[in-house]
Design a protein around this ligand. Structure first.
Ligand code: AMP
Length: 362
């Protein structure tokens, strides 16, 4: 398997903040980047060498893109799989189409995870109101109805607290194919990001705790305050998932930790993840550099954490405080170059490091 050399070009599908931080990491390693996205002046295009603005179904634009790059990766898991199918014979695509097929569909994703013997919340496939009624009878309430596809940051979800809400839930999610999931009374939410290289080498970042506000990630604490047995268990589950996906790239595994230390997998994202932004300052190799090394077919770097960290997202008009943040010399500010601070929009983040023997504080 050939690897890329500095000076060659990595194509990135998607043009948001993850693509931006991937492109910056690629530049640090001497690579050029070419963004394929939808928006003029996007966060990623602002820092890349070249960009294509075209639909993901535009075969002519995709063919030109494939010719202009030496490997392709992605920053967004909802890239149509047909796009990857078109690109794969033309250029190495890492991670590939098969992984996206699984991670774009909550039912396939949870079934895959369970097939490895890795537990999730109980779930049922739901394609009609009748099936939803049966699923609620089987799984009980409270439960969460989630569209199978295209959900993020709590969108396409409805919590069913009692059977009287079944019809409303079905309407609210748009009467689309869905899964019903048992509600997990978790103690905390954690995530593990695992990288896997072309030769099967694996590097995993320590589990971190994620706290959400209005369904959007608010704060990540690195490392998560969990027993070492839970840490090792979570790392083992995430590594098993990466290997069985035959992944080349990154997978973020979101998990629930129950009061008794039980770990259930909630969701997979085959790309750098918001809960890994702290690795830019806190680890030997950031998640972004790691994703570029994997895409380029290079050996992975160490995911060793050299500091504890807190990462806070700047959502909507939080970003107005950028000057106050800069008044704290120990805070690292990252802004994504988005012009308009709409409500709920991720505008940037800020990271603060702590010594390894000091618990990260908010
Ligand atoms: P998701 O889009 O699946 O990541 O869900 C968004 C958020 O909703 C999660 O981060 C949890 O806080 C919450 N959530 C999702 N599924 C469940 C569940 N089965 N039980 C309890 N909380 C959940």
């Amino acid at each position: 398997m050939t690897s890329l050399s500095p000076g060659q070009t990595i194509g990135i599908l998607g043009d948001g903040q993850l693509g931006r931080m991937m492109a910056i990491a690629a530049a640090e390693l001497g690579f050029k980047t070419h963004i394929y996205g939808q928006e003029e002046g996007s966060p990623a295009a602002q820092v890349a060498n070249t960009s294509t603005i075209a639909d993901y179904a535009d075969k002519e634009a995709l063919r030109r893109f494939a010719r202009a790059v030496d490997a392709v990766t992605l920053e967004f898991e909802n890239i149509p799989t047909k796009t990857l199918e078109f690109l794969e014979p033309l250029v190495p695509v890492r991670p590939g189409k098969k992984i996206l097929e699984i991670t774009q569909d909550r039912h396939l994703e949870k079934s895959f995870v369970n097939s490895l013997g890795v537990p999730t919340a109980p779930f049922a496939n739901v394609e009609s109101l009748e099936e939803l009624q049966k699923a609620v009878e089987r799984i009980g309430t409270p439960a969460i109805l989630k569209t199978r596809r295209d959900g993020y940051d709590g969108k396409g979800q409805f919590k069913i607290s009692s059977a009287t809400e079944i019809e409303q839930a079905w309407k609210e999610i748009g009467e689309k194919p869905a899964i019903l999931e048992g509600f997990v009374p978790f103690e905390l939410e954690i995530s593990v990001i695992v990288a896997r290289g072309v030769h099967g080498d694996i590097q995993a970042y320590d589990p971190v705790e994620n706290r959400h506000k209005n369904h959007i990630l608010d704060i990540t604490l690195a490392p998560a305050n969990i027993l070492s047995t839970v840490t090792n268990h979570a790392l083992g589950l995430a590594g098993k998932i990466a290997e069985n996906l035959d992944l080349v790239g990154l997978v973020a595994v979101e998990m629930f930790v129950a009061r008794d230390g039980d770990v259930l997998v909630n969701e997979l994202a085959p790309r750098p993840h918001n809960s890994g932004h702290w690795t830019i300052e806190g680890c030997t190799t950031s998640q972004f550099r790691q994703s570029i090394r994997a895409a380029a077919g290079l050996k992975l770097g160490s995911a060793q954490r050299h500091s504890n960290a807190v990462m806070r997202n700047l959502i909507g008009d939080d970003v107005d405080h950028w000057q106050d943040i800069l008044d704290h010399p120990d805070m690292s500010l990252h802004l994504y170059g988005k012009a308009e601070a709409r409500k709920g929009r991720k505008m940037g983040h800020v990271t603060r490091l702590f010594p390894l023997n000091t618990p990260p504080k908010i």
